[in-house]
Design a protein around this ligand. Sequence first.
Ligand code: UD1
Length: 430
Amino acid sequence: MEQYVIKGGNPLVGEVEISGAKNAALAILAAAIMTDETVLIENLPDVNDINVMLEAIGGIGATVQRVDRHRVKINGSTITDFNIEYDFIKKIRASYYLLGALLGKYGRAEVALPGGCNIGSRPIDQHLKGFRALGAEVDIEHGKIVAESDHLRGTHLYFDVVSVGATINVMMAAAMADGLTIMENVAKEPHVVDVANFLNSIGANIRGAGTDVIKIRGVKSLHKSEYSIIPDQIEAGTFMFAAAVTKGDVTVLNVIPKHLDATISKLHDIGCEIEEFDDAVRVVAKGRLRCTQVKTLPYPGYPTDMQPQIGVALALAKGTSTITESIFENRFKYLDELARMGAVIKVEGNSATIEGVEKFSGTRISAPDLRAGAALCIAGLATDGVTIIDDIEYIQRGYEKFEEKLRSLGGVIERVASEKEIQKFILKVG
Ligand code: UD1
């Protein structure tokens, strides 16, 4: 098993190029199978979750041609199978997007039921409610969701919960249903808009993505296109907080600053200076960070995927901060790891009270999930000593060349695979 070993203490300084948005890419790859013509997708992040999704798509018979690290061609005309096995769902929940895509295109899909995961129980009732509203028969059989319909019809649907996944999944199925679908109380995340834009680029008729109401007029067939995925707002935010906690000066390149509004606002609150450009944002941190209050909310609120990163910053900030996690019930596990580094934290239900400390001390910790793992690396970079992070495969699922990008900013971090390599690193960094 690989680990990261980090020697903290250097401020991160410089420019870093942000990759394409993983969460947009996962859904767009699924949607790409909905046409029988070839789709070229660009700005694909080169991360493990994307490779698994491409395998799942290839597994049902679609033609997948990797042009280079960031571009792929997909042709859905060769699909022969409508069944996504548990192996894929276990590795990436987002393979359930093939449910909406296959149901919309062929009127049939079988996808293993996703279980819970490290950040919570994660029901999918709203996805199923949407498919049923479109006229599909949906059953759970032997651990699988089986959705079928010989005629999907447009519908008027109100989601009980604002869900990114349900909004995207039902939008895909409705794109090829007969007539008009109106979906209310939908998610407004940038990647929901990106998926709608992609579907429109292949001939769908979707209006309103990015607002509370999406209107979809179903079309009979979809066609080829070339599409470039939006930049990853969470990867960008992670590097912005890395600048904050290391008292650095980092410019994230290839971003859409508007998507980063909530993150920028919190960085301001804790005392960072921010400069916004057309497609870049610079974060400068001098002196000790300040405490604040933060509550995670659906977009445009502060993202739950940025909660651990701000948690690390607040654990080093002057004064008492609170974090309220309102999206997932189990997203505070990383705080136990931070406490092992010296942070002072009390968790009660879905809120955490954090008394900022002057500094962390390096130790051995584990990444509990993707975003928390990245946040703990940032904590390591802000620590004087050496931090060893286990279970880094979570981080590699969603961050392209994470350690290389941190190193290019002056971070001292290496990926190692044995105790011997750890000792070698420690000897080298002194
Ligand atoms: C997506 C993101 C994830 C992010 C999350 C919230 C992807 C691949 N993942 O996850 O990184 O943290 O949005 O921004 O894009 N819910 C229900 N019933 C449902 C669906 C969801 O009750 O049918 C609840 C969830 O338990 C959660 C809330 O709704 O409390 C939001 O979840 P949702 O927006 O669906 O998250 P995901 O799409 O799974």
